[in-house]
Design a protein. Structure first.
Length: 215
């Protein structure tokens, strides 16, 4: 029943409540991308509000400093489809890298493009779009926007694809907290993308080991 209610919000809630605002943003907004991102933010805030109501056993621990992050590339782990949706609900201005096949989905793909999201592959018909969005990333970040990256892709705890069902029979806690922040010196002669990637990988692996020990 809870799954049906939440999916009802995704479909009927979007069509009845939010679609007029998206249409108005498309027709009249001077900055469609920014307007679409803010509407996405509000839509998913509503979704997680309903989760808090209908799934009382679901607990949340979101560090206070998380919402104040701006002009950053946020690298996250990825255990379910809820991960990117939760981040969108936390940040009005956001972009993320999305699996390219989603851009072909009717209506949803159109919204991804208008929201400024980035295809995950540089091959095929979306290559120009990906290059265009990456080239404009400098200005976007400097203006206060955030970019989400999920290096684990669509992995799950056991390696299998998750179902679109909400288990309301168990207690669970979703935690969002910063591991650390890295501020690279891009002007330094010693700056290296590979070294930066290695630092991030090490931080994520250390956090994974720490979480396992805590459990």
């Amino acid at each position: 029943m809870v799954t049906l209610l939440l999916w009802g919000y995704f479909t009927l809630g979007f069509l009845i409540i939010f679609s007029p605002f998206y249409l108005a943003a498309y027709l009249f907004s001077e900055n469609r991308e920014n307007s679409f991102q803010r509407l996405n933010h509000q839509f998913y805030k509503g979704f997680f509000f309903l989760i808090r109501i209908f799934i009382p056993g679901q607990k949340w621990h979101i560090a206070g400093e998380i919402k104040s992050i701006r002009s950053s590339v946020i690298v996250c782990n990825h255990l379910s489809y809820l991960d990117p949706l939760l981040l969108i609900s936390l940040y009005p201005r956001h972009k993320t890298i999305v699996k390219s096949t989603f851009f072909s989905v009717p209506i949803f793909g159109w919204m991804l493009k208008r929201s400024g999201y980035i295809p995950s592959t540089s091959e095929g018909r979306l290559s120009e779009l990906m290059i265009e969005r990456i080239d404009a990333m400098d200005g976007y970040l400097s203006s206060g926007g955030n970019l989400f990256i999920f290096p684990e892709g669509t992995r799950s705890r056991d390696g299998t694809i998750g179902k679109f069902l909400f288990n309301t029979l168990v207690s669970n806690t979703i935690t969002v907290e910063p591991i650390t922040g890295i501020e690279p010196d891009y002007q330094s002669d010693k700056f290296s993308i590979s070294e930066l990637m290695s630092q991030i990988r090490s931080l994520l692996e250390n956090q994974k080991e720490k979480t396992s020990e805590d459990v």
